[in-house]
Design a protein around this ligand. Structure first.
Ligand code: ADP
Length: 166
């Protein structure tokens, strides 16, 4: 059998990266040869952190994971996947509520690029209800988020929210 290296693309907003995203990334490095975690730059969204800040946090928290590259892109995810030679798009599937949206996106992406397959990965159950919006909301209200995000992200959140308070 040919020894083919499988490259996976994990796209997202990562505003900011959480333990849920990292759980998926850790599972991916055990399955795929290379993983590209890429920030999809979307002008419709109003992120808390700019792209450079999000890239910096992603790099810091994935530093120990073998075979992970961090990047950002604009435009169609499948076009970026093709440019990077990724055969797989990975998405995290949490509660049932994610399913319909992911199915819609996966089926659109398949129409655009049939050779790129979407793989939906389940995180550890403790992250089923975790998302970046929840983390930002709790942090904004002064609650602790250390069980949801790595220390470096926690610190950046505090800095960002303190700067916004003035
Ligand atoms: P958000 O975290 O606000 O849902 P992202 O665009 O950053 O948005 O998510 C990128 C990908 O990571 C999506 O596939 C999303 O389902 C997945 N993801 C986000 N949080 C988790 C989590 N807690 N567990 C598993 N996958 C997750």
């Amino acid at each position: 059998m040919a020894n083919k290296s499988v490259v996976a693309l994990y796209p997202g907003t990562f505003d900011p990266v959480t333990y849920g995203h990292l759980d998926i990334a850790e599972r991916c490095v055990r399955v795929f040869d290379r993983l590209i975690m890429a920030i999809a730059v979307n002008s419709d969204k109003q992120p808390l952190f700019d792209v450079e800040e999000r890239l910096g946090m992603l790099r810091e928290v994935t530093g120990e994971l073998p075979g992970v590259e961090v990047d950002s892109f604009e435009g169609l995810t499948v076009e970026y996947a093709r440019r990077k030679g990724a055969q797989v798009i990975v998405r995290g599937l949490r509660a049932v509520s994610d399913f319909e949206e992911e199915l819609k996106m996966a089926s659109a992406n398949r129409k655009l690029a049939d050779e790129v397959n979407t793989v939906l990965m389940l995180p550890s159950e403790k992250y089923f209800y975790l998302n970046s919006s929840l983390v930002k909301e709790i942090a904004r209200l002064g609650g602790p988020v250390d069980c949801f995000v790595p220390a470096v992200v926690n610190a950046r959140l505090r800095e960002k929210l303190a700067a916004r308070a003035y």
